[in-house]
Design a protein around this ligand. Structure first.
Ligand code: HEC
Ligand code: HEC
Length: 271
């Protein structure tokens, strides 16, 4: 009897442990590949299938809204040696003559009096040129700027860029903004856990990515709107999604704080 009882008991323990292991395995699959991706997909604008593909490590077949479409790059401008050489040949005096059409909005001295219209004085020529070219090609939504850039030649755009870059910015006119620690960390260190590189590494003063505009002393409402547009994917002329990737991770409160900070600090460095 005793001999006959033992095997069934061992069998049932064996079956239970196999069953439990299999159950845990299935649970881990569901949590790792379905539940977690589905919980995360909203934040990244991914559909469920793309989120699952990404969790497994496969390139997601279903593109998210702002993924670059093959054959449709974010911008027609590339930072080649040829582009840089063209920019060096800009004629600021020729640019000043064309700029009379721009003055009404951007200000006679390149400092605008309307918070929704960006200042151009002292901005980098590369940044100005890229935006003008993107308005002209429609890569950046040309609602307002379109009519002003469409009649202009590439040479005109380069001259205008040289002209505005040569104007003195509001050097020293603004005082250092409030030093909120969390915001300063975003600017100087970034937030590696959310994939946010420090603003200062691309926009100055630490480093300057080609075409990255100076932000210091820029209009507050303008900065805030641009970050919102990058965040929701309505502005997508940033090469390699450099800004969209970052802005998507920023909260509305952080965007407002960053815009307030940059608009308030003296722009004598970092441009
Ligand atoms: C009717 C007003 C108006 C006129 C005239 C105008 N702009 Fe603009 N410009 C804007 C507004 C508004 C924006 C912000 C982008 C937007 O809302 O479309 C802008 C954006 C820009 C930008 C992008 C700046 C940045 O930091 O990204 C550049 C460069 C620029 N304008 C240059 C020019 C030049 C050069 C001219 C003249 C040929 C001109 N603008 C004429 C209103 C105007
Ligand atoms: C990896 C480099 C990089 C980092 C990091 C970065 N930016 Fe940018 N940013 C760019 C580039 C490049 C552009 C120009 C995009 C284009 O070509 O239209 C830009 C554009 C912008 C603009 C639009 C300015 C204008 O005049 O139109 C704002 C505002 C901005 N960035 C804010 C920020 C803030 C705030 C941070 C930090 C939280 C940040 N950026 C971090 C590269 C970067």
């Amino acid at each position: 009897m005793t001999d006959g009882d033992q095997p069934p008991l061992r069998d049932s323990r064996f079956a239970i442990s196999i069953g439990a292991t299999a159950g845990l395995f299935v649970l881990a699959l569901v949590v790792g590949f379905i539940w977690l991706p589905s919980a995360q997909r909203g934040a990244n604008g991914l559909d469920l299938w793309s989120a699952i593909c990404r969790a497994i490590g496969l390139p997601d077949g279903n593109a998210s809204a702002s993924k670059p479409v093959a054959g449709r790059p974010a911008s027609a401008v590339a930072w080649t040696t040829a582009t840089r050489q063209k920019l060096e040949q800009g004629d600021s005096i020729g640019g000043a003559a064309i700029a009379t059409t721009c003055n009404n909005c951007h200000g006679a001295d390149g400092i605008s009096t309307d918070a929704a219209i960006p200042n151009l004085a002292g901005q980098s020529a590369a940044a100005i040129y890229k935006q003008l070219e993107d308005f002209r090609s429609g890569k950046r939504y040309p609602a307002v700027m379109g009519v002003y850039v469409s009649p202009l030649s590439e040479e005109n755009l380069i001259d205008l860029s040289a002209y505005y870059a040569s104007l003195p910015s509001q050097k020293g006119a603004l005082s250092e903004g409030p030093a909120d620690t969390a915001m300063r960390r975003l600017i100087e260190v970034g937030d590696p856990l959310r994939g946010i590189a420090p603003c200062a590494a691309c926009h100055g003063p630490v480093g300057l990515t080609p075409g990255a505009p100076g932000l210091k002393g820029q209009q507050r409402a303008y900065l805030e709107l641009q970050l919102q547009l990058f965040k929701n994917g309505d502005r997508r002329n940033d090469i390699s999604e450099q800004m969209r990737t970052i802005a998507r991770q920023l909260t509305g409160e952080e965007i407002a704080m960053l815009a307030a900070y940059y608009s308030n600090v003296s722009n004598d460095v970092g441009r």
